[in-house]
Design a protein around this ligand. Structure first.
Ligand code: ADP
Ligand code: MG
Length: 320
């Protein structure tokens, strides 16, 4: 279980400060694929960095704390927060980035990079042969370990990233648009692989994609973000079939439908800049249901059905 207690995450820049995740208060349960969606710039990657505890300048937590309950191994029972989660990287929480090219060192063979993220004890416990076996079990040729990154295809490199991120069977795997740079067929293979791993290990995967079609296929839970806020959170079935927030509805409606491969019209307008003063509901300027109240008062994230949350004044008026 990961508890985000009133989290605000802020970038400090020469232009000033910007809250890329703003007062987020949610609990992420164990053992499910949690999909994070929302338009570009809404804070999805920042949210993952916060959960990973990858808080390096210019990013910092300006409010709140993340609490982790780790089930397995050495982490069991210890108090783990944003301050010490780094001690649990790879073993209990791992991160699969969007681009394997920028995370792999181009001049170092894959096998060495695999070993480089292990400490002394782990290298003794997990000899190269065990890595070869694992890589083979993910349908990668074991020789891939002897290659330099550029000798592998984009899809193979991303499978290597998945192998690195899952080797120690972490309780939590964070994947930030892990297939965006790949073509559709290769994408499917990687997503399939992640789903199989999750089914086997029963761990939590927090999976960022702006593609609602992909979420529909793989995510058990959905977390919808808009302009640094969580606007809806719940089981995928409820979020897709009984979405509460007008923004979620619009995201779903912009999906292509069967028989019509054309992307439907996107949502008109753009999210507000996070740099300015923000009043009321951030979606109000684009929302067909907005009223004066929406423009003035920020809606709270409320649980309308067990485990199904939304932040919307219209929903508040009509659902209670
Ligand atoms: P997403 O992953 O949803 O596209 P991000 O989390 O990357 O969104 O970014 C959220 C907001 O934070 C954006 O408005 C972006 O401009 C800002 N941001 C992201 N990275 C930085 C950075 N290194 N410095 C300053 N601002 C940043
Ligand atoms: Mg991103």
């Amino acid at each position: 279980m990961i508890k985000l207690n009133n989290i605000t995450a802020t970038y400090t820049t020469v232009r000033g400060k910007v809250d890329a995740v703003d007062d987020v208060n949610i609990t992420i349960p164990d053992g499910q694929i949690v999909g994070v969606a929302g338009e570009s710039g809404c804070g999805k990657s920042t949210l993952l960095k916060v959960i990973y505890g990858d808080l390096i300048f210019p990013l910092a937590l300006s409010k709140g704390v993340v609490e982790y309950e780790i089930k397995t191994g050495k982490g069991n029972g210890k108090k783990i927060t944003s301050k010490n989660i780094q001690n649990h990287w790879f073993k209990h929480i791992s991160y699969i980035p969007q681009s394997s090219m920028s995370s792999l060192n181009p001049v170092v063979r894959i096998r060495k990079q695999f070993l480089d993220f292990m400490d002394h004890e782990q290298r003794k416990a997990y000899p190269l042969e065990s890595i070869r076996e694992y890589v083979k079990s993910l349908d990668l040729p074991p020789e891939a370990l002897d290659a330099y990154p550029h000798q592998l295809s984009g899809g193979m490199r991303q499978r290597i990233m998945v192998a690195m991120g899952t080797f120690f069977k972490p309780d939590v795997i964070l994947a930030d648009e892990p297939t965006t740079a790949l073509d559709v067929v290769v994408q499917k293979g990687i997503l399939q692989l992640l789903m199989e791993i999750q089914e086997q290990m029963q761990n939590t995967i927090i999976f960022v994609s702006h593609d609602m079609g992909v979420h529909y296929q793989i995510s058990h839970k959905m977390l919808i973000m808009y302009a640094a806020k969580v606007v809806e959170f719940g089981d995928s079935e409820n979020v897709f079939n009984g979405s509460l927030h007008p923004y979620t509805k619009m995201l779903i409606d912009s999906l292509p439908t069967i028989g019509n491969n054309q992307m439907r019209e996107g949502i008109a307008g753009r999210p507000p800049s996070l740099w300015g003063e923000l009043h009321g509901c951030r979606f109000a300027p684009r929302c067909p249901l907005s009223t004066d109240l929406c423009r003035q008062k920020e809606p709270e994230l409320i649980e309308y059905r067990p485990g199904h949350f939304a932040a919307c004044h219209y929903v508040e008026k009509t659902q209670q």
